[in-house]
Design a protein around this ligand. Sequence first.
Ligand SMILES: N[C@@H](CCC(=O)N[C@@H](CS)C(=O)NCC(=O)O)C(=O)O
Length: 318
Amino acid sequence: MAVRNDDGSFKMRESKFRNYIAVGGRFPPEKGRYHLYVSYACPWAHRALIVWALKGLEDIIDVSIANPQLLDGWRFVPSDRKVPNDERDVWDFPGATVDKVYGTTQLSDLYHKADPTYDGRYTVPVLWDTREATIVNNESSEVVRSLASGFDSILPASLPASAIDLYPEHLRAEIDATNAWVHRDINVGVYKVGFATTQQAYDVAIRDHVAGMARVEALLSDGREWLVGGAMTEADVRLFTSIIRYDPVYVVAFKTNYGLVRHDYPYLHHWLKKMYWTVPACKDTTHWDHLKAGYHWVSGKIPIGPNNNIEALTDDEG
Ligand SMILES: N[C@@H](CCC(=O)N[C@@H](CS)C(=O)NCC(=O)O)C(=O)O
């Protein structure tokens, strides 16, 4: 599943389908035409879900939710259905759905429907086009851009969501620069720590990752409410899906236990709680049972902690 360099360090592979939703393009915005395949466990898919919810795209794009147990690839198996003749210990997951478009079980079938010669990884998120029966895009950073602005022309102007701009023109350079190091040291950084197969690879990965956590904490400590500019942007969404998993998942499953967000990064902690508790698109797309199981099921047990997956905002924070 994970690809590694010769020295035991984790390597991220490139996504293959890289198109965008755009008026006048091959994939124009259209209600009911596109479908989003995700897992609630996955931080990359979570980005797409947050933007989908923020932009009020629920009536325009339907979503299928994979079972969080990545047995031999993502599967669309709701809790009340078992795969025939599957002897494995398949766990129940309320919230998982069938593939609402084709009823296929394996995500890989969709990749092969889009391209019979496909030989890459079968990852979520997938933005699917039901018209051409193909994948528009399977790279979350780009799916997020399509969802954030590609459907604006068909969003009712009366919806406040139509005015949300997660990638404002004047902040693009700063957002891109922030995304770059957050991606390297935090989003992928935790995977480099978790998937390192040698002490040496771990030592390098954890050092870089801890430096990234310190960098984001220092940034937020100047009193700013959001990472870039005066409102929530794509940079916040991309950081959120890693930080929401930090204490409940990464600290244990990936051995990123140098610090806990709630204990060692007060500014980051405040930012996290504010996003979770005050932005419904963040809270409503965070499914603790799926995201904990998604990482921990391999060990056969889901750890009990932390006591609260997320702490409450205090009165003076709220
Ligand atoms: N670069 C991709 C990465 C997505 C990704 O790695 N997703 C993981 C889940 S968190 C996945 O689907 N893994 C399945 C596999 O590798 O078999 C993106 O950002 O969309």
